[in-house]
Design a binder for this molecule. Structure first.
Ligand SMILES: *Cc1c(COP(=O)(O)O)cnc(C)c1O
Length: 455
């Protein structure tokens, strides 16, 4: 565990690095896990210990940590043209190729792509596009953004305002004009006696009531993850997206799918919106876009928004937005390869092939008296710990049950993520059946150990 010597990796990490999204008492006690490299779906720490990373890094390293094709694509592009921007009508050939590819694999017949360095920036960019359109089209009042409680859209000021998590109050966020509606988690928020279909209708009505109360002419867009990721892996209730999209269409409000996690195969289709049978007005992509090998995000506009932004920009002579590294040639070359690897080297097929085994593993662990629910889609899943299964009563917060489970897993060579009262699993797409079984066996051991301590 922790090496307390002042020159240990753990002490040096503690002394000079500011940890993000980290349970600080626990990391001070246990020490940071400092990693040197990876092998397939495993990462290796400075002490030579190997961990199966059941979270694919942060949902993104779906091809593992040493994929030779992705490394070769990066090396070749670094040798050819190691950096450029996409301003002033200049961009790399790789950027041209990637935009073509993204539109071709998107659910849109036509479209346009704008690049960022992250998912947060892609969401901010999309909001700026909507605001830009409002002004250019003579609707300066059209600025409000609707998202859901528990939705996660990132950490920049705008994306954090969209994120429906209580912790953003610690920054005095959300900004005015960012509105949150209900989370479509039937198990947790369904009312006594309410069917799942009734729950979905109630959420669609709530959205419509919110739109009417705020003034339909003031709403610029509605953003949603097909499956909520950092909210705790929450698939929508049955029929949710068609119901919500019908409401939005009545008021001409664009539906933006934040596919940063779902995009490129996680749910078993290329896009989460395909899994749930809807076509959004635009897609936000990042994470799996480069299989985690490069920081990159993309806004993919569908035909209507693409045309409107293009004509607004032509009238105003420019769209005044962009990042220095937008459309970075190395990132684009890696993304082109990553899309190929996911679609044509068996990764998406493997997600589909593994899903029944993954679901069976989750269902088996959910038989434990202190697991209230398993949920998931494709190769993303969560187990929710409860004090009382019948009443769905959570454990007391001070027990930090999910942290303890994740820590016990780490000691067993398994990295998985505590999120609220749940444990989140989203293994790499290259995972084998044997590795999946070993993951569940270790998690089972950790669950028994921690529940014996706290039950
Ligand atoms: C991770 C994530 C983001 C933010 O992406 P960053 O690259 O961390 O800025 C946005 N939306 C969703 C759904 C995410 O999971």
């Amino acid at each position: 565990m922790r090496d307390d010597a002042p020159n240990s990796w753990e002490s040096r990490a503690d002394a000079f690095s500011l940890y993000g999204f980290t349970d600080l008492p626990s990391v001070h006690r246990r020490g940071a896990v400092v990693l040197t490299h990876g092998e397939g779906p495993y990462v290796v720490d400075v002490h030579g210990r190997r961990y199966f990373d059941a979270n694919s890094g942060l949902w993104n390293m779906v091809a593992g940590f040493d994929h030779p094709g992705l490394i070769a694509a990066a090396q070749a592009q670094y040798a050819r043209f190691p950096g450029y921007h996409a301003f002033f009508g200049r961009m790399s050939d790789q950027t041209v190729l990637l935009s073509e590819k993204l539109v071709a694999v998107s659910p849109f017949d036509r479209g346009r792509v704008f690049y960022t360095n992250s998912g947060s920036e892609a969401n901010d960019t999309m909001v700026k596009i909507l605001w830009f359109l409002g002004l250019a089209e003579g609707h300066p009042e059209r600025r409000k953004i609707i998202t859901r409680w528990n939705g996660y859209h990132g950490v920049t000021v705008c994306a954090a305002s969209m994120t429906g998590k209580a912790y953003n109050a610690q920054f005095g966020l959300p900004l005015p004009g960012f509105i949150h509606v209900g989370c479509p988690h039937y198990w947790r928020f369904g009312q006594p006696g309410e069917t799942e279909a009734e729950f979905t209708v109630r959420l669609a009505r709530e959205l419509e009531a919110t739109i009417i109360k705020e003034g339909p002419e003031t709403i610029a867009g509605f953003f949603a993850e097909p499956v909520m990721g950092a909210g705790g892996v929450i698939p929508p209730s049955a029929g949710y997206f068609p119901a919500v999209q019908a409401v939005l269409r009545r008021y001409g409000i664009p539906l933006i799918a934040d596919e940063v996690i779902c995009g490129f195969g996680r749910t078993g289709e290329l896009w989460g919106c395909q899994t749930y049978g809807f076509v959004p007005d635009a897609i936000i992509s990042s994470k799996v876009l480069t299989a985690g090998f490069f920081p990159m995000g993309a806004v993919i506009l569908g035909p209507d928004l693409a045309d409107r932004v293009q004509s607004a920009a032509e009238r105003l002579e420019e769209f005044p937005h962009g990042f220095t590294a937008s459309g970075h040639p190395v990132g684009c070359a890696i993304a082109l390869k990553a899309i190929d690897v996911v679609m044509h080297e068996g990764l998406l097929d493997n997600v589909r092939a593994l899903t029944p085994r993954f679901e069976a593993g989750l269902a088996r662990l959910a038989e434990h008296p202190n697991i209230g629910e398993w949920r998931g889609k494709g190769l993303m899943g969560a187990l929710e710990a409860v004090r009382d299964k019948a009443t769905r009563t959570p454990f007391e917060g001070h027990l930090s049950v999910s942290e303890r489970i994740a820590n016990a897993c780490t000691d067993l060579g398994l990295i998985c993520r505590p999120l609220g009262q749940s444990i989140v699993l989203c293994p790499p797409f290259i995972t084998t059946e044997a590795q999946l079984d070993a993951m569940f066996d270790r998690l089972d051991t950790a669950l028994r150990q921690v529940f014996a301590e706290v039950a």
